[in-house]
Design a protein around this ligand. Structure first.
Ligand code: AVJ
Length: 322
């Protein structure tokens, strides 16, 4: 097999330190919160894959439809030869872009970035087997550190798909876009997937599916804490909460304690108290309108160039120039 280069900016020790800091800060804050990145251990990643196949979770299919329709247009108009993908996992969508670059005879480099070394290695090896042309550089790290380490050759398209930017709050989103902009030269490109504001009942169903997969995905973060921090959350007792916040136009996901309880986190040498009905916030998923995407892109230093939606108008992909 072809050599796959992995550049690691995130050691096991870094990860352990980060989780301890996030748990300590988040669980002593008011309201209590845990960052969504800790959903994604091996089991959580598998649950997320199952979410993408749920009838209620339209995002993945909608974005696929958009890319299937417009990938060739995207690579022809930008002339890019290097695809930088932030957060791998979505390898079906990656392939649509790589296939289009191949058709355009400009497939030189593929640079996936991910916080998980194992996810990244798996994704890269699958791509290596099917795409002999591009040089492959996997970068392990969070977006901030990894973006500073991008290979500089070629004309790059940075893709952040799946609606992942919706996990950030407005201010973080603009800060993130500026970091991407700083990693690029003028005239390079960003491809951004965003879920759109729609009927709240549909949004709620997408985050509280009948089969209970999203609830299990959400509760998985407590399994991660129990395992990694030697905590004793009674995981199955926690209730999955997914509410539409109409003012902020986002889904707010949390875990509700059904009764007052004390939870011991041995690894942190601490005990936290939860009141009956108290909610630990675990994720926000912001939904967008076109004007908001355009203005945040502009604030981040990008020029919005094109906007595509699926036929149903549920999801959008934006192309922007730095
Ligand atoms: C991977 C962040 C895009 O917000 O829809 C799915 C994660 N959470 N169901 C989203 C998620 C609950 C997902 N993103």
């Amino acid at each position: 097999m072809r050599a796959v280069e992995l550049i690691n900016h995130r050691s096991e020790a870094d990860v352990a330190r980060e989780l301890r800091a996030d748990a300590r800060d988040g669980l002593t804050a008011d309201p209590k919160r845990l960052p969504p990145k800790w959903f994604y251990d091996a089991h959580g990643s598998e649950l997320f894959e199952r979410i993408t196949e749920l009838p209620e979770y339209y995002q993945t299919r909608a974005e696929y439809e958009i890319l299937e329709t417009h990938a060739l247009d995207i690579v022809e108009r930008t002339g890019v030869d290097t695809l930088v993908e932030l957060g791998s996992g979505s390898s079906y969508k990656t392939r649509l872009l790589l296939d289009a670059m191949r058709k355009n005879e400009k497939l030189r480099r593929f640079v996936p970035l991910d916080v998980s070394a194992s996810a990244l290695r798996g994704a890269l090896e699958a791509i290596a087997a099917d795409y002999p042309e591009p040089a492959l550089y996997g970068i392990v790290g969070d977006f901030d550190t990894a973006l500073a380490a991008l290979p500089e050759e070629g004309t790059r398209l940075v893709a952040l798909l799946g609606g992942t930017i919706g996990n950030m709050r407005a201010r973080q989103r603009v800060r993130f876009l500026r970091t991407v902009r700083e990693a690029l030269a003028a005239g390079e490109w960003l491809l951004l997937g965003t879920d759109l504001v729609k009927d709240p009942a549909r949004l709620q169903r997408a985050y509280d599916d009948n089969a209970g997969i999203t609830a299990e995905f959400n509760r998985n973060v407590l399994h991660v804490l129990n395992r990694e921090l030697d905590a004793d959350f009674p995981v199955s007792e926690f209730e999955h909460v997914a509410d539409w916040n109409g003012e902020r136009e986002r889904i707010e996901i949390g875990l509700r304690a059904p009764r007052a309880m004390r939870v011991r986190l041995a690894e942190l040498d601490s005990t936290i108290e939860l009141a009956a009905g108290e909610v630990i916030e675990t994720e926000i998923s912001a939904k967008f309108r076109r004007e908001r995407v355009a203005s945040e892109l502009a604030e981040g230093g990008f020029e919005p160039v094109e906007w595509w939606t699926d036929r149903a108008g549920d999801f959008a992909v934006s192309l922007a120039r730095s």
